[in-house]
Ligand binder design. Sequence first.
Ligand SMILES: [Zn+2]
Ligand SMILES: [Zn+2]
Length: 125
Amino acid sequence: MAEKDLSPDLAIAALLEGKSRREMMVILARLEQGGAGIYQSFAANERNEKARAALLAGAEREEQNSALLKMMTAVKDKCEKCGKALAPPAAAECCSFQCTFCPDCADNMKHVCPNCAGELTARSI
Ligand SMILES: [Zn+2]
Ligand SMILES: [Zn+2]
């Protein structure tokens, strides 16, 4: 790979190549967290008031995106219904937001997340 003509698209593709959805989310969460700081430093050096406000709003969105991805990738260590210990490698079922339940509670709830109504499927980490 010729480092010098590494385009932004290629750099990002190289970063995410071969990664699972979960790994991509973890990486993106970190990038967006860093991005928020970069937006803030752009804003600190921006003299145009409207541009500064726009950059600060951008920083806030980056933080929100990062927080969403962190929530969607956080591994929970107990059932949100009955409190049973579920630290991996214990079997557990999760929705897309990583709400986590023990197999018994998931069965009782017909594999539907009570928080978001999403499908509960076997956790894979
Ligand atoms: Zn449970
Ligand atoms: Zn859910």
